[in-house]
Ligand binder design. Structure first.
Ligand code: G6P
Ligand code: MG
Length: 217
């Protein structure tokens, strides 16, 4: 039986994807990479900051030192954080708040499992922080999805064994991470049908049979 639900953040609870894209695009231009496109940005879903940077740099043909890469990642994060200042409850994705409330009413524990180091700040800004029992983010982990670390840390913080947890994800790497953690996964978002998840829903606003998902053994 499922006793805890672990939500990915970007693309599941909040639409920060566009802001990540704009910030990476700005950095890419500054360093002479002009063909960084939306489809490249799709590959950055669920991927850590440094790995996301590598996806940008792979579009160019120069090599950089570790120091330069650190500076690029920091510069992008500053652009991103500048845009996050405008973030509020209107960025919460359809059905996300209602889902969190419904699960809490059912006595289910809730957590966030995200690669983002900005996760606590974002949750606070969009008004979802108080609905989460625990947060596991890029600040708690060293390995990126598809490594299960971020979800295992979340389960551990909730005090639940992995098999009692369900993960909600919008990325293939995230679904793989959930499976590697020994957890069931619900895939949502524009690619929900191709993530390899146990359950699928276009988004959290569509009707989802929670009774069946939570009680399946
Ligand atoms: C999420 C997003 C990724 C992002 C990562 C790190 O997983 O889907 O696109 O690269 O978080 O975010 P951060 O806020 O720490 O740069
Ligand atoms: Mg995501």
């Amino acid at each position: 039986m499922i006793k805890g639900v672990i939500f990915d953040l970007d693309g599941v609870l909040v639409s920060t994807d566009e802001l990540h894209y704009k910030a990476w695009k700005r950095l890419a231009k500054e360093i002479g990479i002009s063909d960084f496109k939306r489809e490249d940005n799709e590959k950055q879903r669920g991927v850590s900051r440094m790995e996301s940077l590598q996806i940008v740099l792979d579009k160019g043909n120069k090599s950089y030192t570790e120091e330069e890469k650190e500076e690029f990642a920091e510069r992008k994060n500053n652009y991103y954080k500048e845009m996050l200042k405008e973030l509020d409850g209107s960025a919460v994705l359809p059905g996300a708040l209602e889902t969190v409330k419904l699960l809490k009413e059912k006595g289910i524990m809730t957590a966030v499992g995200s690669a983002s180091k900005n996760a606590p700040d974002i949750l606070e800004k969009i008004g979802l922080l108080t609905y989460m029992d625990k947060i596991s983010s890029g600040l708690d982990t060293t390995r990126s999805k598809p490594d299960p670390e971020v979800f295992l840390v979340a389960a551990d913080k909730l005090g639940l064994p992995p098999q009692d947890c369900l993960v909600i994800e919008d990325s293939a790497a995230g679904v793989q991470a959930a499976k590697a953690a020994g957890m069931k996964a619900l895939g949502v978002g524009p690619y929900y049908f191709s993530l390899g998840a146990d359950y699928e829903a276009e988004n959290l606003a569509v009707s989802i049979n929670w009774e069946s998902i939570l009680n399946e053994v």
